[in-house]
Design a protein around this ligand. Sequence first.
Ligand code: SF4
Length: 327
Amino acid sequence: MSALIESKALTKHFKIGRNQIVHAVDDVSLAIEDKEIVGLVGESGSGKSTFGKTLLGLHRKTAGEVYFEGEQLPDIYKPADFQRYAQRIQMIFQDPYSSLNPRMTVGEIIGEGLRLRGDSEGAAIREAVAVWLERVGLERGHMSRYPHEFSGGQRQRVGVARALIMQPKFVVCDEPISALDVSVQAQIVRLLGELKDSLGLTMLFIAHDLSMVRYVSDRIAVMYMGAVVELGPADDVYFEPKHPYTQILIASNPRPDPRSERNRKSVAITGEISSPLNIGSGCRFANRCPHVMEVCRADTPGLILRDCGGSPREVACHLYEPIAGPN
Ligand code: SF4
């Protein structure tokens, strides 16, 4: 397998006032393989949505590089770049209502990308829209309706159809289920999983609900204060979390499986969240970590392969010894 999209030391800082800098994303290197789904999880404010938007050029990066199919993506997108990459890269947004133009019919919304691309006749676009409405569990007859006539889950299905009708190779799903009821969340996650299998999609799936992310992802990356602190196969990270932050995140998330719920260890959260302003050296989780050591406050742990007692895991934590050799 080879990486379809890869960030190298991607960094996004926001300047506040004269001297303060918010470290929204810091030095994140993440390679997503072709036809792979990587789930990106973390509390709100951890930088995961900013990472997704910076990856796609919706935020101008502060530093780092992004490669798509081996080609470096531009720092600033020109209109021609948007047109070129929109065919291969798409985004599904968090709030299905605000991301759909209320004055356009669902048919116009879903078919807009094809129209802008200019390679289809009106009748062909209508037929493609009808096919995609059915593919996402809606009906052909919905084409002439407006977004306000649909429920939240149905609107998110429209958002999915609008993105996937372009037949992209890579999709960023930015908290696509956060605004939905729990029962509808499961339906959308199942739909995305089915479409991933049938279309061979590559995805970055951003969410804060680990149990939903695990269902759809091949690997999970855990983000804390703008940095990835753990990365590994989805089930390994979910059932055997190694970083203390991942352990806390999972401990605070009820599991649907009662057996694993019984075996779950409770982990105490201590201390205060560090400020994302003007971050210094040392582990960003040190103020909240129940295992903090002296070295943690002085030396920033890198996200590298470490000996965690089972299979090696990429973890940014001094509790585990680095494994020698190339990662
Ligand atoms: Fe805790 Fe230290 Fe590991 Fe940070 S590096 S998570 S403070 S043990």
